[in-house]
Design a protein around this ligand. Structure first.
Ligand SMILES: [Zn+2]
Length: 67
């Protein structure tokens, strides 16, 4: 499939991503409070965002030269 994107995640990052998406969903659906992420969670999720941006052909920040 031409438009398929594959991201490989270690287990910790996958757990962080699952937890964040779940909490965002509950927050949007029912106003549930969101738990502030730890520093390590922020670091792992920021890397996911950078990787996803690059996979989509987007810059990860205004100065990005990775694409
Ligand atoms: Zn970049």
């Amino acid at each position: 499939m031409d438009s398929e994107i594959v991201l490989r995640l270690d287990r910790k990052t996958a757990e962080d991503l699952y937890g964040t998406l779940y909490e965002v969903g509950e927050h949007i659906a029912a106003g549930a409070p969101m738990t502030p992420p730890t520093h390590d969670e922020v670091e792992r999720l920021a890397q996911v965002l950078r990787d996803l941006a690059h996979s989509l052909g987007r810059r990860c920040n205004p100065y990005c030269d990775h694409v």
